[in-house]
Design a protein around this ligand. Structure first.
Ligand SMILES: [Zn+2]
Length: 430
């Protein structure tokens, strides 16, 4: 009798699973067949899966059965052995002016990005909450930035935070700040209105004051390079404070590399996504770079490169140290520079993380689950699991083996729709 029990339980489970599958298949809006799944729950892909999506939720993930006919009215996407992973989050974007937004969002989706965090809010960004008539990534919208000129006495801080919260912004970004009293007051009222605060290193505060008062991310690694100059013991102390306060880091180091002429011309012209940029724009970028370099002259250019190369190496070293002690890293491109194609810049920042010693799985976590955790939405997205939002990207190859696969997007799943790369590309140049 005892020996029979496990078999009975197993049989019961199988029958139950079959009945469930039938229901999920029947109710699915989209069914993805023959896909490998990188769940981001661990680093082992599931092979040859069938994934059901219903009402923008993942409702089923199970083994696919070769040639099985499906009784369903769902849209079927044959992934043909492609790799399905969570859509990526670009965590430091600057939204372009309205006339360039469609192109920006379309390219972001083509680069596998289904969530963006907008770092410099404008009132018109709130309109992006409404349907735009074309697909856009999910938006995490920063309020208009706080600067050292923003009045932050008790009354002003209260009314500004109240206004931003009521307007519907998701968080506050600080560019710089008048003094520590203003900072503490800002943090007090931001907390009251449940607005996370993040931003630049604030140089007129002590690092300790910044790190101990609830800042949620630090952009560009400002301050850490200076801390490293004080010696490893001091840096360790700052890194420990960063970790204990759960402050995420968004280095945006690729932007600094491009801006500080660290990337040579050949490499710049081979960056991912450039095939989707119009020739006239690329010609303008080529001219800009030639002009800048001619204006600087060889010796000034070399001096600038060498000076920044040292900072770059320090930053890479610190990113490595951060990852070793599990400080949470995010991927952001900061956008706006020539040759940086929205969405496709993810790979360039990822390569910098790789140089810092992170493995491919860890880097993909920075682009997916870390962002969801940062937004406290990891119960809802960031992994491929039943019940989660179906914001997904289908890649032609396995990014765990070669990160560059993140640029080989076959299509994205967002808002209960599948958008193939071809469709998205066609909508770029209607
Ligand atoms: Zn920025």
């Amino acid at each position: 009798m005892h020996k029979l029990l496990p078999a009975l339980i197993l049989l019961g489970t199988t029958l139950h699973a079959t009945a469930q599958t039938g229901k999920q298949l029947k109710n699915a809006d989209i069914i993805i067949r023959h896909t490998n799944v990188i769940t981001m729950q661990d680093s082992l892909p599931l092979t040859d899966r069938l994934v059901c999506i219903s009402k923008n939720r993942i409702t089923y993930i199970g083994p696919d059965k070769q040639n099985a006919e499906l009784q369903t009215s769902a849209q079927i996407i044959d992934a043909n052995g492609g790799y399905l992973m969570p859509g990526m989050a670009e965590m430091h974007v600057h939204l372009p002016p309205p006339e360039e937004q469609k192109k920006f969002f379309t390219l972001s989706l083509m680069g596998g990005v289904t969530t963006v965090r907008s770092m410099r809010g404008k009132p018109q960004h709130l309109d992006l909450r409404k349907p735009q008539g074309y697909p856009i990534p999910h938006m995490y919208l920063g309020a208009p930035i706080i600067t050292r000129f923003t009045p932050l006495d008790e009354k002003s801080a209260d009314s500004i935070m109240h206004a931003y919260s009521t307007a519907g912004y998701d968080f506050i970004k600080v560019l710089d700040i008048k003094d520590s009293v203003s900072f503490i007051t800002l943090m007090k009222y931001a907390r009251r209105y449940k607005l996370p605060v993040c931003g630049h290193m604030l140089y007129n505060l002590s690092l300790e004051c910044l790190l101990n008062n609830g800042y949620s991310t630090i952009e560009h690694m400002g301050g850490y390079v200076d801390a490293a100059k004080e010696g490893q013991a001091y840096l360790n102390n700052i890194l420990a404070l960063t970790k204990v306060n759960h402050i995420y880091q968004c280095p945006t180091e690729d932007w600094y590399s491009v801006y500080n002429q660290q990337v040579d011309e050949t490499a710049l012209k081979q960056r991912a996504g450039l095939q989707y940029i119009h020739d006239t724009i690329k010609a303008q970028w080529d001219k800009n770079i030639a002009d800048t370099r001619a204006k600087m002259g060889d010796s000034a250019l070399t001096a600038m490169r060498e000076k920044y190369a040292q900072i770059h190496r320090t930053k890479i070293d610190i990113i490595g140290q951060m990852s070793v002690i599990n400080i949470m890293l995010l991927i952001g491109a900061d956008g706006g520079e020539d040759y940086m194609v929205p969405g496709f810049t993810m790979i360039d920042e990822m390569n910098i993380f790789k140089e810092a010693g992170l493995n491919n799985y860890h880097i993909l976590q920075c682009a997916t689950v870390n962002a969801a955790k940062y937004m406290k939405q990891d119960k809802d997205w960031g992994t491929v699991e039943t019940g989660k939002q179906a914001n997904l990207v289908l890649l032609a190859a396995n990014p765990l083996e070669d990160l560059h696969a993140v640029t080989q997007v076959e299509g994205v799943f967002i808002d209960n729709k599948y958008l193939s790369q071809k469709e998205l590309e066609a909508s770029l140049n209607p």
